[in-house]
Every structure is written in structure tokens, then in C-alpha cells.
Design a protein around this ligand. Structure first.
Ligand SMILES: Cc1cc2nc3c(=O)[nH]c(=O)nc-3n(C[C@H](O)[C@H](O)[C@H](O)COP(=O)(O)O)c2cc1C
Length: 361
């Protein structure tokens, strides 16, 4: 039996969480399939409007009566000067031209609707609320707890994990530098703090008393067993589910995932203003000279939105943000339930075959 402190807390069969992946991959179908298979599905709701979140939660509930998580981005105050923003926006016109869309002279809206998103999460009766990029206010944590919602926050260092535990989270996601997507760092510079999962998990485990969820580069049963050995109570896999049948990732994005290698990714700020790991693209190459002067998140994210959307429409991966972790050579285009099942079976076989390791000769 693969029971851990977290599977008991969450009332799930296996210590496998499908990572929330904002921007489309975590469809209601994917979330429900993982939960139905005995893991915990997560809706990446950071970019969704309050109404879209409500609809997605209801769609998930139509497909499963098992627990699932909803994930949001804790907002930050960007501090980029106006002229830097205007300069970037005008530079991006070169790319707008290349992809066949109109130049943009006005700065698009970048403010988020965190308060309204939270309201929906509180109203819709969900089991787990997870978040990244910071720590919500004590008032928000209190309201979640009053509703009986379990809370998981993302840490990329021991200090962040300690801060999350002090704020009252029920579990900490230890996000190693292998991870695909945005770095969850909030106490240090996210581009500089790149601690690998192998090093991060046991150090966080030693410094907090809440269950730890290992995340970053975990793709199969080997990663699951290794994470449990490091003291984690569960794993959170993103890239492993990106090319799954139920994933909402664009077809060319899935195809890139399936044909790329462990050295195909880089951490970059150029798409959103926040460090994130993704498959290297032509846009990343061209923007390299700007790495130091990119407007803060979420400003840059708003500035590049029309370019990314246009690229997606014409299936041009060179301008899309192809977030992926370093384990991507192991990704498969199977059904999500199959990925959960394979991971569990491989972990069982592995622990059995490792039985001899415990014997002295
Ligand atoms: C496409 C993509 C989108 C992501 N979006 C989110 C998100 O919305 N919220 C979040 O907490 N983490 C997000 N992550 C990070 C994951 O939670 C997790 O840390 C990561 O997927 C683990 O590494 P792996 O991709 O190697 O499994 C995203 C990851 C990917 C690949």
C-alpha cells in the first residue's frame, strides 16, 4: 500500500498529484481523469477569469466526485518604469510584424483579479487550494481553513518552505529547478535560486513538519520511489501529463514535448517577466540580449500575449511559450489514467526489487 501522511490527509489512493498548469493544459478532463485514477488532479486557474474558474470547477465535478485542487498565482507588485515598458512594447512590434499581427501602441492591461478568483474558490466547495509566487494574506488562509479547504504552497528554498509553514499551509510543494513552467520563488531572485529536486526535498523535509510534495523532473515510478526515499509525502508531476490525451496543450506543443531532450529547455524571463523553464524557441534566442531589462511579471506577460496567441493560432511553436521540465524525454502521449497506473506499478516493482538493498551480506 502506498499510503503516506498526505494521501491520508487528502483522502486519495496514490501519492501522485498532477501539477496545476495554467494556460490551457489542465482541462477539466485531465484533472478529473487523474483524480478518478486515484491521484489528485489540479486545475491551473491562474490565468482564468472568475467565471471561467467557476465553470471549470463545475465541469470537473460532473466528471468526478473525488478530491481535486485549484491553483492560483499570488499577485506581486511590478515596479518597472513606464519608459522601459514602452520600449519593450515597441521592440515587440518587430515580432508582431513577423507573425502577421498589428503593431501595438498602447500597453495592454496586466492587472489580475486575484480577489475575485479567490471568492469563486471559496464558494465552489473544493478540497485543496494550492498557490505559487508568494503567500496569500493571513485573512485568506483563515477563510480557506474555515471552509475546511486544505492549503498547499510552493517553495524553491528552505526559507520559503519555513515561511509557508509559519503562514499555516497544510503541505509544501518543493519545486526543484528541473521543473517546467514558472519558478515559484518569492523570497529570493527566481532566476538565481535554482536548487535541484534531489537537493531541495530532503533539506525542506528536515526543516518543516508539514508533508512535503516533491516536484520537478519527476516522470515515472522511479521518480516517485526516489522522492518518497527523500522524505516526500507525494510527488507533483507536470511535464509527465503535458502530452497526455486529456491535456489541453496545443498539438504542436505536445509534439515538441515528445520530440525534445533533457537539454532542450532553458530558464527564461522573456515571455512573462518571471523566470520559467521551457523548450528553447526562436523568440527566446532573439530576445536574449534583453534578458536583463525585461519588465516585471505580469507586465511582460501581458505585452507578449498577442504574439503568443497569434503563434498558437497559426501553430508556430517558435513564438509560443513551451513550458516543460528537464525530464521531457520521458514524456508519453498516453491517457492520464494510464500514466498514473504505470507510475504506481513501476514504483511497486521497484520497491520490491530493492528489497535486497536492506539486507546486509
Ligand atoms: C506548462 C506548465 C504550466 C505550469 N503552471 C503552473 C501553475 O499554474 N501553477 C503552479 O503552481 N505551477 C505551475 N507549473 C509548475 C508545476 O506546478 C510543477 O512545479 C512542475 O510541472 C514540476 O516539474 P515537471 O514539469 O518536471 O514535472 C507549471 C508547469 C508547466 C510545465
Amino acid at each position: 500500500m502506498m499510503k503516506t501522511e498526505l494521501t491520508r490527509k487528502l483522502k486519495i489512493e496514490y501519492p501522485i498529484l498532477q501539477a496545476p498548469m495554467a494556460g490551457g493544459p489542465t482541462t477539466p478532463d485531465l484533472v478529473a481523469s487523474v483524480s478518478n485514477a486515484g491521484g489528485l488532479g489540479s486545475l491551473g486557474a491562474g490565468y482564468l477569469s472568475p467565471e471561467q474558474i467557476r465553470n471549470a470547477i463545475r465541469e470537473i465535478k460532473k466528471r468526478t466526485d473525488r478530491p481535486f485542487a485549484v491553483n492560483l498565482f499570488v499577485p506581486e507588485q511590478p515596479s518597472t518604469p513606464e519608459d522601459t515598458i514602452a520600449e519593450m512594447n515597441s521592440y515587440l512590434n518587430k515580432h508582431r510584424l513577423e507573425i502577421g499581427i498589428a503593431p501595438n501602441t498602447s500597453i495592454p492591461k496586466f492587472a489580475e483579479w486575484f480577489e475575485e478568483q479567490l471568492q469563486v474558490v471559496l464558494e465552489e466547495n473544493i478540497t485543496v487550494f494550492s498557490f505559487t509566487f508568494g503567500i496569500p494574506s493571513p485573512g485568506i488562509i483563515k477563510s480557506m481553513k474555515q471552509k475546511g479547504i486544505l492549503i498547499a504552497g510552493t517553495a524553491t528554498t528552505v526559507d520559503e518552505a519555513i515561511a509557508l509553514e509559519a503562514a499555516g499551509v497544510d503541505a509544501v510543494v518543493a519545486q526543484g529547478s528541473e521543473a517546467g513552467g514558472h519558478r515559484g520563488s518569492f523570497l529570493t531572485n527566481s532566476a538565481d535560486t535554482l536548487i535541484g529536486t534531489m537537493a531541495l526535498v530532503p533539506q525542506i523535509v528536515d526543516h518543516v513538519s508539514v508533508p512535503v510534495i516533491a516536484s520537478g523532473g519527476i516522470m515515472d515510478g522511479r521518480g516517485l520511489v526516489a522522492s518518497l526515499a527523500l522524505g516526500a509525502s507525494a510527488i507533483q508531476m507536470g511535464t509527465a501529463f503535458l502530452a497526455s490525451i486529456e491535456s489541453g496543450a496545443h498539438a504542436v506543443y505536445k509534439q515538441r514535448i515528445l520530440s525534445s531532450n533533457e537539454d532542450s529547455t532553458e530558464v527564461t524571463k522573456i515571455y512573462s517577466g518571471k523566470a520559467a523553464r521551457g523548450i528553447f524557441t526562436g523568440f527566446m534566442k532573439d530576445m536574449r540580449c534583453y534578458e536583463g531589462t525585461i519588465p516585471d511579471y505580469p507586465i511582460q506577460n501581458a505585452l507578449t500575449r498577442d504574439i503568443r496567441q497569434a503563434a498558437s493560432k497559426v501553430s508556430n511553436p517558435e513564438y509560443m511559450s513551451l513550458w516543460a521540465g528537464q525530464g521531457l524525454r520521458l514524456a508519453q502521449d498516453h491517457a492520464a489514467a494510464e500514466i498514473v497506473k504505470q507510475t504506481v506499478e513501476q514504483a511497486y516493482l521497484l520497491t520490491k526489487s530493492m528489497g535486497n538493498l536492506g539486507k546486509r551480506d
